[in-house]
Design a binder for this molecule. Sequence first.
Ligand SMILES: [Cu+2]
Length: 107
Amino acid sequence: MNRLSLTRSRKKLGAFLLSLGLTLGASAVRAQTPLADGQVVKIDPAAGKITIKHGPLKQFGMDEGMTMVYRAADPAMLTAVKPGDKIKFAPDRVNGEFTVFKIEKAR
Ligand SMILES: [Cu+2]
């Protein structure tokens, strides 16, 4: 291996480690994010989507409550709740798409 290609592969490794770090960082943020309150309006298991009515989520520029569709990070989450259930959920935006990472029934 000549010196130039060694430098190139180091750069690739660096970029890989950086993206790995960003990915881990994002999930760490998710784990810490306080759960939002909401209510299940509709579930579409085939599409892996859930419609949730929720209050303001200022971190996403949602200054007022609304009803909106989220993608479920894991479709299995959608079997644990049904329309009408009050929930606590962990939302985030992934590639511009609102995604829910965790759903718990609220007591
Ligand atoms: Cu919203």
